[in-house]
Design a protein around this ligand. Structure first.
Ligand code: URA
Length: 232
């Protein structure tokens, strides 16, 4: 059982003081009964809470999918640049959201934003082998040697990269799939092949592809199906 004011605060972003006022104005009902006391206890599994007759949807965590544009940094705060959190709709801003994994400032595409630390760890830990695929464009020609080298692993200063798949799409583009995410990993892997990455877009995490209808710069909640695809 939890205090009603605490639940409303955490789900709506209202302050304790605001919630107290809402309760006093008799705008809150629990199972169709008006509640005015801030310390009234509810069972979030069973009780139906409404504010102005509208049911409060209680979510322990949220999972947002973002189609990241260039120019945003994957951080919660930054002194210099705008962060991906500024693309999150206002209604979610009161939560402790963070990007689950980093994309470089100039990388675009699929990014997950959540307040569920355990989930983020599960999809990011190299031990869990969740695949991440990127559409990559380079200045030089893609070649079979790159496929071989990436499969074997590339020696970076932190050690050898885990086997990665490269599928050549055309002269300068390919799809690369990794199960880890070292700093600037793809750019550094191609640099070892004397090539510069000119475009990088994440297109898939686990079995979840970047939704076609999600425009760059937009963000929305994952559906149940999408959520399940990530860890599959
Ligand atoms: N590898 C990179 O070099 N940059 C990214 O943003 C992601 C993977």
């Amino acid at each position: 059982m939890e205090r009603i004011d605490k639940i409303i605060c955490s789900q709506t972003g209202y302050t304790r003081k605001e919630v107290k006022r809402i309760l006093h104005k008799k705008r809150v009902e629990v199972n169709n009964q008006v509640i005015v006391d801030s310390d009234y206890k509810v069972d979030i599994e069973k009780d139906k809470i409404t504010i102005d007759k509208e049911e409060l949807q209680i979510k322990e965590y949220v999972y947002l999918i973002l189609n990241k544009p260039k120019g945003y940094v994957s951080a919660t705060k930054d002194n210099k640049d705008i962060t991906v959190l500024e693309l999150v709709p206002e209604e979610y801003r009161h939560r402790d959201l963070f990007p689950a994994g980093r994309l470089d400032k100039d990388t675009t595409g699929l990014m997950l934003i959540t307040d569920d630390g355990k989930f983020a760890h599960e999809i990011l830990s190299p031990k869990k082998h969740v695949k991440k695929s990127y559409l990559v464009r380079i200045d030089q020609k893609m070649n079979e040697k790159m496929i071989e080298h990436f499969k074997k692993g590339v020696l970076l200063k932190e050690g050898v990269t885990k086997p990665a798949e490269l599928e050549i799409i055309d002269e300068h583009t390919g799809i690369i799939t990794l199960t880890e995410g070292k700093y600037h990993q793809i750019k550094r892997m191609f640099l070892k092949e004397n090539s510069i990455v000119t475009e990088l877009k994440r297109i898939k995490m686990g079995n979840l592809s970047l939704p076609k209808d999600l425009k760059e710069g937009f963000c929305r909640e994952c559906t149940k199906e999408e959520f399940n695809l990530i860890k599959e």
